[in-house]
Design a binder for this molecule. Sequence first.
Ligand code: FES
Length: 646
Amino acid sequence: MFDFTIDGRIVSVKEGTTILEAARSAGLHIPTLCYLKNVSSIGSCRLCVVEVEGTAGLVSSCNTLVKPGMVVHTNSDAITAARRTALQLIIADHGLNTTQYCFSCPKNGSCELQDRCRELGVETTPFDVKPAGGPILDSNPFIAFNPALCIRCQRCVGACNNAAGNHTLITGRRGVRTSILAPFGEDWKSTNCESCGNCAGACPTGAITMKRRRQYRSWEIQRVRTTCPHCATGCQYNLVVKNGRIVDTEALDGPTNHGLLCVKGRSASFDFVHSPQRLTTPLIRSKITGELEPASWDEALDLVARRFGEIKARHGGSSIAAFACARSANEDIYMLQKMARTVFETNNVDNCARVCHGPSVAGLQRTLGSGAMTNPISDICENAQVILLVGSNPEEAHPVIGMQLRAAVARGTRLIVVDPRDIGLSKTADLHIKLKPGTNVAFANGIVRQLIHDDLIDHAFIESRTEGFADLKAMVEAYTPERVAQICAIDPRDLIAAARLYGRADRAAIVYCLGVTEHSSGTEGVMSLSNIAMVTGKYGRPGCGINPLRGQNNVQGACDMGASPGDLTGYQKIAAPGIVEKFEKAWGTQLPRFKGLYATDCFPKMIEGEVKGLFIFGEDPVRTDPDTHHVIKALKNLEFLVVDEL
Ligand code: FES
């Protein structure tokens, strides 16, 4: 930290802070246009200029670092005049007064150029510039580019290249002829464009816009902050609501997405809300026609209560099961598992983690005591020197994490991809180990053995923080590079190289997904990856740890809430002494004492006739579970099935 002076105030800053950042943290306003935090600071618009004593002329504050003892002035007649001139040049280029009219622009009312003009009192321009122009590109279904409105600030280029790591949107030519080469023309499908719309989110004017914006103006809408309902990245965004209908989304600077969204989140995450296909009334299957027919809520609720009551009275609570929705809120999941336990009197309650990251919960609990990511996503993408990515294709399954990983690799993070598939990230990986599916445990054991042989292990960490190392060392000794290479069908030199790259890094993170968990040895796969991090002491530090990329957006919450046959809320084990009694006291009723069935075990029990009633809350096991025919056969054998679904 050191001191400098800004507008007569002495302010303390960290080394590497820009004048703009320092001014903002001191509560001082400096207008900007081309600057966007963590996206672009090319310093081209000159709106942020300030005076620095001892420096000739004005400097752009967005990309000038504060130096000890510096004296800065953010306001003077000369500064205001320079900002106004810069703005007049920009609006001349924007075609204002000649070809463009704000009224027809989709950004009218939420245009940063308009805002800056209002702020600096600029309404016209004395400059006679012929705007660049060009045909409007709008073949992309979601995004349109109007070059005539482009002020060449290049924030879109920064969003595509620096933030999303996509490198599709680029700058052509130089100087006053600078133009943005946006991939939204007729050939848009042949480009790398993912239609994520982060360029549109970054654009300060109406040059690149989401087509949805044409439906509304800023003064017609409300914003509702929420979490994207797709994958488990947890992107934060605003739903844009006009007349009670969601019309758009706006990315927010959330802890995991930092202002980014993917095509799913930005353009496909809310249409279901107003879908005419949504159910608006309960449906009961008619015994006469066999069809689902509309019913009143009273009829439906009475039927559900009566039929589950009858089944419980005849066959006991263990003949009923319930599946929770991992896309719903914690409170709803909590109520579902509580209903199963207190009303159905069964612990046969589970969620979709059973067929995706159940092994993560079990494997990480067994090795670490907690079944969740050990490090935040932003920490991995910003602080890891090496990332070991196993059985995961984040660009498709968790695109916003994929973007941040791409950007991290572009900044120099080393990447090891362990995956039988040629995924997008393998193109820029240091190593791509295409191991045979189902051989993750042997691979991880081979890595641990190599780390031990190269003495790349953390003896102090092992001594103070782990147990059973001698047994592990003895067990992995058989996993020589040659043997692992044979089991995994890989080159033994790649295994050694991967172990050394990971082991020699001070900060290295393991990231994995269903390629590790969706195996009969999934739990062991997770545990053996966890061993890699433990023997190297890569836990409890930034840029390290072991990190499952979960599936549905609240699957972690579903497990936390206790939608699990062996765990009550907060992973309190049914089998542990005193736990059931504790919940009985809190809930004021008697509870079943034995662990229930896993969701996957419920289906054979339905076929055998032991499970006769099922309540499915926001899940579709026919689509998501393996062996669709088996699931359908099981569901058809039920006496009573309730589907609580949109
Ligand atoms: Fe600093 Fe544009 S915001 S030069």
